[in-house]
Ligand binder design. Structure first.
Ligand code: SF4
Length: 120
């Protein structure tokens, strides 16, 4: 329904899979990768835009962060408002697997009362 609500509420916790990272790396999606930081097996924290596909196996944890400040985000940076109460995902074609697989219109995945789809 393009309300953007799930992306606003859960979007600061987006975590890409190794497959997401690999796809973005080989396709040169550094504009997406730069919003993610990997904690490596040797303790270093590295911006994913600076990693190679061969580094993926060394990543222990991935966090979404502001690429400029390194601080945590409160809303997914890929969510774009296109009209009053209407939002789209600016990386829809290549968005992370967890976003592709999320089905908020199914009860138990989303329980908040503001969900328009659940009111149908
Ligand atoms: S990547 Fe797209 S679908 Fe996923 S939370 Fe962000 S705006 Fe929503």
């Amino acid at each position: 329904m393009q309300c953007g609500l799930c992306c606003k509420i859960y979007g600061d916790r987006i975590s890409p899979t190794p497959t997401d990272l690999y796809t973005w790396m080989v396709n040169g999606n550094t504009d997406v990768l730069r919003y993610f930081f990997g904690q490596m097996s040797d303790g270093r924290i590295i911006n994913c835009a600076a990693l190679e596909p061969s580094d993926i196996g060394e990543i222990i944890e991935i966090e979404m962060r502001d690429p400029g400040s390194g601080g945590y985000l409160t809303v997914c940076p890929f969510l774009k408002r296109v009209a009053d109460s209407r939002y789209v995902c600016s990386i829809h074609e290549i968005k992370p697997e967890m976003c592709c697989n999320f089905t908020p219109w199914e009860r138990r995945q989303t329980d908040f009362r503001l969900c328009r789809a659940l009111k149908r």
